[in-house]
Design a protein around this ligand. Structure first.
Ligand code: ADE
Length: 225
């Protein structure tokens, strides 16, 4: 998979890709991540990527020209399956969307800033709009990092144990069951007896029941899906 991220603040985005699982995925060539600074696609001495709104109103709007130039250049080099715009009014990210995107070959992610982008960018160039939740960030970069993390860890080979992404919360629309490690007793708090039984089928059944109970208590909306 190849991810091209278009941003005015590449330095804000880079560190998540320089540590831990994402770093290992890149080093193992399971994913390529490229950053494109929108200012490199501006013309003139004053490298402006934004302008005031037509019709008046507070806040600057990102202009179409540098974004179009950047996306067009990338599209000359390869085909893209999705051109994603990070925006609070997009579809809210969930595990299903992450699963869907993880199957793509090449994607572009555009990070918004200021008031957002000229509507014509969205009409002409964007194929998918994603929000990471009902709150407003100062730019799309942190949202893009969240999306990339959720997607990259699903690429086969990225997680050490191939099955572990399948047992995450939200796969099957269930939250994950409780988990325990040593010691067996900590200040009088015991590990559930069943997990020490060695009986694999009973343990699976217990985990399923716990996952269901936890989902019913905390996120009953997931059970309706
Ligand atoms: N940009 C600003 N707020 C955002 C959000 N909630 N999700 C994605 N991108 C954003």
């Amino acid at each position: 998979m190849r991810i091209d991220i278009i941003t005015v603040l590449p330095e804000l985005l880079k560190s998540p890709f320089e540590a831990s699982i994402l770093k290992r995925a890149i080093e193992a060539d399971l994913v390529e991540v490229h950053f494109h600074n929108l200012r490199d696609y501006t013309t003139g001495n004053y490298k402006s990527i934004d302008d005031t709104q037509f019709g008046g109103g507070a806040g600057m709007v990102m202009s179409i020209e540098p974004i179009d130039k950047c996306i067009s250049k990338l599209k000359e080099e390869r085909n893209y399956d999705e051109v994603i715009y990070m925006t609070p009014d997009g579809e809210t990210l969930n595990q299903g969307i992450a699963n869907h995107i993880s199957l793509k070959e090449n994607i572009i992610i555009l990070c918004g800033h200021y008031k957002g982008v000229d509507q014509r960018v969205r009409d002409l160039l964007i194929t998918k709009e994603i929000s990471i939740g009902d709150y407003v960030l100062s730019g799309g970069e942190l949202g893009a990092a969240v999306l990339c993390d959720a997607v990259i860890r699903l690429i086969p080979g990225v997680l050490g144990n191939e099955t572990s992404a399948l047992t995450d919360s939200f796969q099957d629309n269930l939250l994950a069951p409780p988990i325990y490690t040593k010691p067996r007793n900590y200040k009088g708090l015991e590990v559930p007896e069943i997990l020490l039984s060695g009986h694999a089928a009973n343990i699976d059944k217990w985990r399923e029941d716990q996952a269901y109970q936890r989902t019913k208590e905390r996120r009953p909306d997931l059970l309706d899906k």
